[in-house]
Design a binder for this molecule. Structure first.
Ligand code: HEC
Length: 120
């Protein structure tokens, strides 16, 4: 009698365990699908290093970041290597010190970095 009860409890626990984990996995998949759908609705943004980024950097950053002050932003190489921190500093408006970028300029930099900082 005792053995049957504990066996029953054991099976119940195993069952709950399986349900718990499979329901978890289903949720994860649903979340991923929803994220994908949100991502698809977003308009893909376009920003060119040569046409957009270079001028913004030249006009707002090179007075300080031309060699001695890290990061050196004079070349594509210098900007792309530091793309992550450039984006952070610009988006949270820490940079440029003593100046300000327009929302459009900030958006162009964010877009260009999010696109993988291409040499375009
Ligand atoms: C007036 C001078 C000045 C200008 C203009 C300026 N910076 Fe800076 N920048 C600094 C100084 C000084 C530091 C280092 C000290 C600090 O972080 O405050 C720095 C640091 C940085 C860093 C490094 C932060 C880190 O994590 O180490 C980045 C990235 C940066 N600047 C990007 C930019 C960009 C992009 C622009 C133009 C939109 C810009 N800066 C304009 C002076 C300037």
């Amino acid at each position: 009698m005792r053995n049957k009860i504990s066996m029953g409890i054991g099976m119940l626990c195993t069952g709950l365990f399986i349900i718990f984990f499979t329901s978890c996995e289903t949720n994860v998949e649903e979340d991923t699908i929803i994220e994908d759908m949100v991502g698809m609705e977003e308009e893909p943004c376009i920003a060119s290093y040569t046409d957009d980024i270079q001028a913004i950097i030249a006009n707002n950053c090179l007075s300080c970041h031309s060699g001695t002050q890290f990061p050196d932003l004079r070349t594509y190489q210098g900007v792309s290597t530091n793309a992550g921190i450039v984006k952070t500093q610009v988006v949270n408006r820490t940079m440029p010190i003593g100046g300000a970028l327009t929302n459009e300029e900030i958006e162009l930099i964010r877009c260009w970095v999010d696109n993988g900082a291409p040499n375009n």
